[in-house]
Design a protein around this ligand. Structure first.
Ligand SMILES: Cc1cc2nc3c(=O)[nH]c(=O)nc-3n(C[C@H](O)[C@H](O)[C@H](O)COP(=O)(O)OP(=O)(O)OC[C@H]3O[C@@H](n4cnc5c(N)ncnc54)[C@H](O)[C@@H]3O)c2cc1C
Ligand code: FES
Length: 279
């Protein structure tokens, strides 16, 4: 059992929990995730390690209430316990000093890109952040991202903060300024986490410039041990399991169309369960 010691609303339906899990906090690295099982017989859901404190033995999870289990998790309070937290799982980000890195986060993906930003910065890279959301009130971790990025750009769909439009518009503008400049090079890596269409659009754009692009794929996961096959994705024409081979992959090689179809598979059941239990 892991006790919740802090709970905070970051935006509408987006919550940060701090949970006591000394063993996970000790080993946690950027890019990794945990699997949460709130109670016996409960569903297993993957959540990214948004932050951790090895000394205090605490991890932070930031999640959006989108369905049955995330709503149930969001209903827990300080002092309550989560039945099981498994992790850290997945490969850590390969955050070496490579030069200039652009990190892009969309929606709750900002929480997932933040530890990756910290890792690239700590490795000595120049870091450009681009974060986006539908509107200003849904934007999270702006101050934390400002603290770690050399430059931070914001995009909101409705223009209530930063650039009006998508994070990909800001990325395109940034590349245009590089094209016109005599002393700025294209980035050495673009890293994107967020909704599937956003990661696909980023990857399609950077492919034109042959700029290496990493995405964190988010298929539905069940056991997260490589046994059940539910997180199967295709990358470079090969079958991979996001839980044990990823979740980070080459965005230019990922089959986003196939993943999109697989995510649709359980939509009807998820909707029915959510409606049944929230009625
Ligand atoms: C490696 C990994 C890390 C993740 N990290 C985070 C995180 O830090 N914060 C966060 O808010 N979410 C994260 N997710 C997504 C999160 O796991 C899902 O939102 C959650 O499983 C939904 O469960 P539910 O029962 O509340 O909703 P459900 O009713 O099961 O699903 C509601 C909606 O969420 C979609 N969904 C279901 N499972 C997933 C999934 N695994 N990935 C993406 N969409 C899904 C469904 O297609 C549906 O549209 C991560 C997913 C993966 C694979
Ligand atoms: S979640 Fe079962 S194989 Fe990855």
């Amino acid at each position: 059992m892991s006790r919740i010691i802090h709970k905070e609303d970051l935006a509408k339906d987006i919550i940060r929990l701090e949970v006591e899990t000394p063993q996970i906090a000790k080993k946690a690295r950027a890019g990794q995730f945990v699997v949460i099982i709130i109670e016996e017989q409960g569903e297993r859901i993957p959540l990214t390690l948004a932050n951790w404190d090895k000394d205090k033995g605490v991890i932070s999870l930031i999640f959006q209430k989108v369905g049955f289990t995330t709503r149930k998790l969001g209903a827990l309070n300080i002092g309550d316990s989560i039945g099981h937290i498994l992790g850290p799982l997945g490969h850590a980000t390969d955050a070496r000093n490579i030069g200039t890195v652009i990190c892009i986060g969309g929606g709750v993906g900002v929480a997932e890109v933040y530890p990756v930003c910290r890792a690239f910065k700590e490795a000595g890279n120049r870091l450009i952040g681009i974060i986006g959301s539908r509107s200003k009130d849904l934007l999270i971790l702006e101050n934390e991202m400002r603290g770690v990025c050399d430059e931070l750009f914001i995009a909101t769909d409705d223009g209530s903060a930063g650039h009006k439009g998508f994070v990909t518009d800001v990325l395109e503008e940034y590349f245009k300024t590089i094209e016109q400049s005599t002393n700025t090079r294209y980035p050495d890596l673009v890293y994107a986490i967020g909704p599937l269409p956003m990661m696909r659009a980023v990857s399609e754009f950077t492919r034109r410039y042959d700029v290496k692009t990493t995405v964190s794929l988010n298929p539905i996961m069940v056991d997260a041990t490589g046994m059940c096959g539910s997180c199967r994705c295709s990358v470079a024409g090969k079958t991979v399991f996001a839980c044990v081979d990823g979740p980070e992959f080459d965005g230019h090689q990922a089959d986003f169309g196939e993943l999109e179809k697989r995510l649709e598979l359980f939509k009807d059941q998820e909707k029915k369960i959510d409606e049944k239990f929230s009625a």
